[in-house]
Design a binder for this molecule. Structure first.
Ligand code: ATP
Ligand code: PRP
Ligand code: MG
Length: 299
């Protein structure tokens, strides 16, 4: 087994996942110094270094052992995992954690005027995609035979170019599909950025730093949507205000001895808080409501 004294993580150099990946590592308390060629970041606070690469290269770098971990879209990881299984019979690549950013879906899209009845309508059609293994898997599961046209990008213009009638591509807002007179139908994969790895059974110095990284990632992820809600209220309104709190709120009441009728209530809320919920609390008697972000939590 290869041993190394520093953990090496592959992250996207530039693109949709690049900034959020580095921000997440910063939230975990990891600081880096970037090399002059901007391809490598040396970990200043911990024995963790980053390799800045194209996202498509991340699963391969992990599989060959050049990197221990990677921040990559589930769509890219799942596609390359399936391709490895088809080629070698197995794949060591696995998803260790979902990271909560880079949300999108891999979906089938057909021309807007075409009614969608189900996957059987894809029988014998030409489908353009950059995800041939995931698409082939979906077609196999639905017992449909179709012609997969592999394109590395700009898949949405394939129907206009006459290369295919249908596409299978990533969708987020749906704006790209709408601009190309296409509509989303079946979703093949729900995706987000994930932490990918092949082998986490380290027996060298990487083990404790991996442990620390996973614990801190879990700490940051656990409070992603969490907010601290603070408010003032009269003691007489306490039960009404408590009833108006979101169901998952963990509330505690603070009071000062000088004015026992005037209370302060704090609540940790794990779901997103909208204006309607705050207005409901105000209606129940709460005043000076404040919603504060929670940066980290150590249980
Ligand atoms: N419209 C979208 N909204 C949200 N996330 C997306 C969207 N499109 C793609 N993603 C996610 O972001 C990942 C990276 O997308 P990006 O467009 O930066 O890739 P790329 O052009 O292949 O970059 P690279 O130059 O690194 O190869 C995708 O694999 C996917 O997981
Ligand atoms: O549903 P939407 O919000 O419109 O997003 C979908 C688009 O986003 C991605 O492309 P991207 O913009 O990253 O460009 P690319 O094709 O060069 O990767 C994806 O390939 C779609 O084309
Ligand atoms: Mg790419």
């Amino acid at each position: 087994m290869k041993t190394r004294d520093r953990l090496r993580i592959a992250v996207q150099k530039s693109g949709r996942l690049a900034d959020a990946s580095q921000q997440l590592l910063a939230q975990c308390g990891f600081r880096f110094r970037q090399s002059r060629d901007k391809l490598f970041c040396f970990g200043e606070t911990h024995a963790v270094d980053l390799l800045l690469v194209r996202d498509d290269d991340i699963p391969g770098l992990i599989a060959e052992g050049t990197c221990d971990l990677g921040f990559v879209g589930r769509n890219v990881l799942a596609e390359q995992r399936l391709a490895q299984v088809a080629e070698a019979g197995s794949s060591a690549l696995c998803e260790v954690r979902a990271l909560g950013f880079g949300g999108c879906r891999l979906a089938i899209a057909v021309p807007q005027e075409e009614p969608w009845v189900g996957p059987e309508q894809l029988q014998g059609r030409k489908i353009a995609t950059s995800y041939p293994a995931l698409l082939a898997n979906y077609l196999r599961e639905n017992r449909v035979q179709a012609d997969i046209v592999v394109l590395s990008g700009s898949v949405e213009i394939a129907p206009k170019l006459g290369k295919a009638e249908v596409i299978c591509d990533l969708v987020s807002s749906g704006a790209t599909l709408a601009a190309n007179q296409l509509k989303e139908t079946a979703v093949i994969l729900k995706s987000e950025a994930v932490l990918a790895a092949a082998d986490l059974d380290f027996v060298d110095e990487r083990a404790p730093v991996l442990d620390l990284l996973l614990r801190r990632l879990d700490g940051v992820m656990a409070v992603r949507e969490t907010k601290l809600l603070l408010m003032q209220l009269a003691r007489a309104d306490l039960s009404e205000v408590k009833l108006a709190l979101p169901k998952d709120a963990m509330a505690s009441v603070l009071s000062s001895d000088e004015d026992r009728d005037e209370l302060c209530l704090q609540a940790v809320v794990r779901s997103a808080l909208d204006w309607a919920e705050l207005e409901r609390l105000k209606g129940a008697g709460a005043r000076n409501l404040m919603v504060l972000p929670v940066e980290r939590m150590l249980a």
